[in-house]
Write a protein that binds this ligand. Structure first.
Ligand code: F0G
Length: 350
């Protein structure tokens, strides 16, 4: 059967209203890419894979949830959708709203959204509003306006977003024939960890596929779930997860605990180091997307986790192209040469 997106592939497993229509850009069906060199660097003797969600149509996992949230909104006659975003949700909402012919409004924290995400939201024709505040402030505003106006909220507080996002857990189980032993991912507003846990549990109930231990990873400067209280002024190079009051924080903590896992925080240095490590193995991901595997590496290197004999999956949630600025800041700029063969030979022959 021709692939037609996550809604068509998994509809019977999604708890969504019958009026939900298919608004799709053929999201999902992303590869599970082996990372043998990183596994070796962490001591070897285990299988490690990246679920590369940056290969979705707008470059992040958000598309899985957005196809469902927008399809549900269209089905009940909604004309306008809104979200707060650190960037990826904005780009995804804008694209799916464009596909459906809806008006889309996105609120982003001023100056804290990576260039590729802002450009995406603008390109797809959303009304982009920068808020002089944090993501958490923007989320509070969109929640309030949707209580007053006939505008649909497409943040992950919208339950249909999670229904779509849980399809990634189904795909992992389908590809591996069962759930991995250990599963790590970045945590921001905490919708995705909640959705994965729903998905793994549902597949286990249906197919006895087993359950992974979940390692959720925040950035040290934006780690409310590790600290146990909101962070007023979250700061991290991983702007996608620069969130101080996660909307689904309780569910995230529950998912980690029920699975026998935990939520930890890693430094920005560790996140950027893992971004480079993944790039050196051919996967360029945005900083937040490296956090899950950075957390795995930190746990293994600290002797807190022994992955030997396990099957481990890390989610790389968004593509490196989303945030080109971070690379130009952290890596040396390319040299400029005169267009002469001698200069080229001097530069490359050692
Ligand atoms: N990774 C990336 C690349 C993200 O964009 C996000 C969230 C996360 C991880 C964390 O997922 O929020 O479900 O825990 N980005 C949201 C946004 C907040 O607005 O694009 P989460």
């Amino acid at each position: 059967m021709t692939y037609a997106g996550v809604l068509q592939r998994y509809r019977s497993l999604l708890d969504i209203p019958a009026h939900t229509v298919a608004i799709t850009l053929l999201e999902g069906n992303t590869p599970l890419i082996p990372l043998p060199r990183l596994a070796d660097a962490l001591g070897g003797g285990f299988d490690l894979f990246a679920k590369f969600e940056g290969l979705n149509p707008t470059g992040s996992f958000k598309d899985r949830g957005m196809t469902v949230a927008i399809g549900e909104a269209v089905g009940r006659g909604v004309k306008t959708v809104i979200c707060a975003s650190t960037g990826n949700t904005a780009a995804s909402a804008a694209a799916y709203a464009a596909r459906a012919g809806l008006r889309c409004i996105v609120l982003i924290p001023q100056g804290k959204v990576a260039a590729g995400k802002l450009a995406g939201a603008v390109a797809y024709g959303a009304q982009v509003i920068q808020v002089d505040g944090s993501f958490d402030d923007a989320l509070a505003l969109v929640v309030e306006i949707t209580q007053k106006q006939p505008i649909a909220l497409v943040n992950s507080l919208n339950p249909y977003r999670l229904e779509g996002q849980k399809t990634a857990a189904f795909e992992i189980c389908d590809t591996l024939d069962s759930a991995p032993d250990l599963f790590c991912l970045p945590v921001g507003n905490a919708g995705n960890i909640t959705a994965y846990w729903m998905g793994f549990r549902q597949y286990n109930d249906l197919h006895a596929s087993g359950l992974p231990r979940i390692l959720g990873v925040q950035a040290v400067g934006a780690a409310p779930l590790v600290l146990g209280h909101p962070v007023e002024h979250p700061e991290t190079v991983a702007t996608a997860i620069r969130i101080g009051k996660p909307a689904r924080g309780e569910q995230a903590l529950q998912a980690a605990e029920e699975s026998g896992g935990k939520i930890i925080a890693v430094s920005d240095e560790d996140i950027l180091a893992m971004q480079r490590t993944l790039a050196s193995e051919g996967l360029w991901v945005e900083p937040a997307s490296a956090a899950g595997l950075a957390g795995l590496a930190a746990e293994v290197r600290a002797g807190k986790l022994n992955p030997r004999g396990l099957r481990v999956v890390g989610v790389c949630t968004g593509h490196g192209l989303k945030d080109p600025g971070i690379i130009t800041q952290s890596m040396p700029a390319p040299v400029v040469l005169p267009a002469e063969i001698e200069a080229l030979e001097d530069a490359i022959l050692v």
